[in-house]
Design a protein around this ligand. Structure first.
Ligand code: C5P
Length: 231
């Protein structure tokens, strides 16, 4: 029986090689329709994998967090748009966001801003010369992402409601840090369940190890999908 993938579920391919990623994608089959390809796979032919996934009818999120001068970001976004990918992350600085939006013009590629890396503390930001703490900077950058014409942001489930309120109903709010009650928290200290994240305003959830490290990834994906539906 064909399983119904939930297009709001994004599974990150956080593995060492594209070969391992292909094994995982084959195991998940029709339960997952959206994959995130991160920087780890960039070095081992991640773009070839992205094209393959697209050819196989999947959606692809390139989590490459571009951060460079405007001209370079613009050309990079244009090149990635040409590859037919669906989502691309860039750092949430106004020049970078505006350049990415310009680069993807006329394509289906959507630009997501990474507001503030969750690894940065208020102390780190002060040391880097920022006048804002993390919470205030996140809010400021969500507003700047909207102004720059970004399609959405990456946010923790705890920032999802704020992002939804600022961005409006069509804004993409993509939340990692999602853990079903039955799974290990790993290093996600402030995790929310799939349904909590969606209820808070997430349009998509990124859920990795509860699925990818499960003995039966397909069964785990189906369990997460059932939870997303509130069941
Ligand atoms: O396995 P897990 O569900 O923790 O994977 C979450 C994914 O989301 C990883 O690819 C991780 O790099 C990414 N991510 C995150 N927290 C952020 C930003 C991205 O966990 N703040």
């Amino acid at each position: 029986m064909a399983a119904a993938a939930d297009p709001r579920l994004i599974v990150p391919l956080d593995v060492r090689t594209t070969g391992e990623a292909r094994v995982l994608v084959a195991a998940l089959g029709d339960t997952v329709s959206f994959y995130k390809v991160g920087l780890e796979l960039f070095a081992t032919d991640g773009m070839a994998l992205a094209r393959e996934l697209k050819a196989g009818g999947k959606q692809v999120f390139l989590d490459w967090k571009l951060h460079d001068i405007g001209a370079t970001v613009q050309r990079s976004a244009a090149a990635l748009a040409g590859a037919g990918c669906d989502l691309l992350t860039v750092h949430g600085e106004p020049q970078v966001m505006a350049a990415a939006v310009k680069g993807r013009a006329g394509s289906a590629l959507k630009i997501l801003a990474v507001t503030v890396l969750t690894s940065l503390t208020d102390e780190d930001l002060a040391q880097m010369g920022y006048a804002f703490g993390a919470k205030a900077l996140v809010e400021r950058r969500i507003r700047q992402a909207v102004d720059a014409g970004c399609d959405g942001i990456v946010a923790s489930p705890h920032e999802a409601a704020l992002a939804r309120a600022i961005g409006g109903p069509d804004f993409l709010v993509v939340t990692p840090g999602v853990r079903p009650d039955w799974s290990a928290k790993n290093d996600q200290a402030r995790a929310a369940t799939p349904l909590e994240a969606l209820t808070a305003g997430a349009s998509h959830i990124v859920c990795g190890r509860p699925i990818t490290a499960a003995e039966d990834p397909r069964a785990a994906a189906l369990k997460v999908i059932a939870e997303m539906a509130g069941g």
